[in-house]
Design a protein around this ligand. Structure first.
Ligand code: HXH
Length: 365
């Protein structure tokens, strides 16, 4: 009897001990876990960076939380190809080297865009607008050189960025590219990129895809490219959202619509502004003076983050990547857009790089 009691007690004590130690192990590991670990069975989690972020505490945070990088500006046409016969590889190389050293993926951004394009691209030595043939040849040279340099080191490219018009009565944006080349420049850009790196996953990338009008124009463009046999493999939804949009219904139908195309969908530039969405740049007004991150803003933002990641998980067979547009609230492009010098808090880490409440909602599932 005594012996039996002893045996049962030993078993009981062992069970308790085992459960304590496994609890300890799981708390210890959750202390080091990052977004990339919580989402390892879903999709890579990326972040847009500049070379100055690749040292010190921001570099540590990147390595703990993310497994993919996008250069925020360094690979755009203007910064990387400032003159016809000069490329500036320094910043892009430093980001790619960091990723290689630490085993991170890289998404290239971008190869053809109306904004941050160098002036020389569109004019000849006399300052006159170039012909379609000259512009397409320059586009080809640019894409071939850039894609080749990073071949095998980048897994994906945003090939064309923001070609769709924001005006309800207009299909394509009336950019220099469209004015000089017509619609053909879009298909050409994809072909040039595919010829340079047949393994790269090629995306069309745009914003405000939650607007039904813009969404259908993006859908129409991407479908026409796919139907014409153009090498396009995915649609990038930038995802510059805010506390008041998108609703769950809007985002669900947006992802579903692009999934219908049979292409991959990535959220390429995610941030959720704590100010109601405004689409156009404007002057700072006296009403913008209060830029505190109030508990109310924190709560509203947390709900949009929670809802968005819930849907990304629901569509895990379609969504092949989610990239944040900057690391932490210490710095965001939204500090200067749409209102210059108005502090925003759009990311999952605060100015001290600590996870915000929204972070814990995103990893709780
Ligand atoms: C993105 N554009 C770009 O893809 C990315 O490369 C950049 O780093 C940040 C955001 C989003 C965007 C689109 C239109 C827009 C502003 C931002 O509209 C205006 C642009 C200039 C002036 C006024 C409005």
């Amino acid at each position: 009897m005594n012996k039996r009691f002893f045996a049962i007690s030993i078993i009981f004590i062992s069970i308790i001990a085992a459960s304590c130690s496994s609890q300890k192990a799981s708390t210890a590991s959750s202390g080091n876990k990052g977004l990339k670990d919580y989402y390892k069975d879903f999709f890579p989690i990326g972040v847009a960076v500049a070379p100055r972020h690749l040292a010190g505490d921001e570099a540590q945070l990147i390595l703990q939380q993310f497994n993919s990088l996008t250069p925020e500006n360094a690979m755009k046409m203007g910064p990387i190809h400032p003159q016809e016969d000069r490329y500036n590889w320094r910043d892009a190389d430093s980001i790619v080297d960091f990723a290689q050293r630490h085993g991170l993926k890289v998404r290239g951004h971008n190869l053809c865009w109306h904004s941050q394009a160098p002036r020389w691209m569109f004019i000849d030595k006399e300052g006159k607008t170039v012909s379609k043939e000259v512009l397409l040849q320059r586009l080809k040279d640019h894409i071939t050189t850039v894609v080749n340099r990073y071949k095998g080191k980048l897994y994906a490219w945003d090939v064309v960025n923001e070609a769709i018009s924001d005006r309800n009565d207009e299909y394509l944006r009336n950019s220099e590219w469209l004015k000089i080349c017509g619609e053909e420049y879009i298909a050409r850009a994809f072909q040039y990129a595919h010829e340079a790196d047949p393994n790269a996953v090629l995306f069309y990338n745009d914003y405000n895809e939650i607007s039904p009008v813009k969404r259908e124009k993006i859908y129409r463009l991407v479908k026409s490219l796919k139907d014409a046999g153009v090498p396009i493999h995915g649609v990038g939804l930038q995802g510059h959202w805010a506390v008041n949009e998108p609703s769950r219904g809007q985002l669900d139908s947006t992802i579903k619509r692009f999934a219908d195309l049979g292409l991959k969908v990535q959220v390429t530039e995610l941030d959720i502004s704590v100010y109601p969405k405004e689409h156009d740049a404007r002057e700072r007004k006296s009403a913008d003076a209060d830029t505190t991150f109030t508990p109310q803003k924190e709560q509203q933002q947390l709900e949009v983050y929670k809802m968005s990641f819930g849907l990304f998980r629901k569509y895990k067979n379609v969504v092949s990547g989610v990239t944040f547009w900057n690391i932490a609230d210490r710095y965001s492009w939204l500090d200067n857009f749409p209102v210059r010098n108005r502090k925003d808090y759009p990311l999952l880490f605060d100015r001290n790089l600590k996870p915000k409440k929204a972070y814990w909602e995103v990893v709780k599932f």
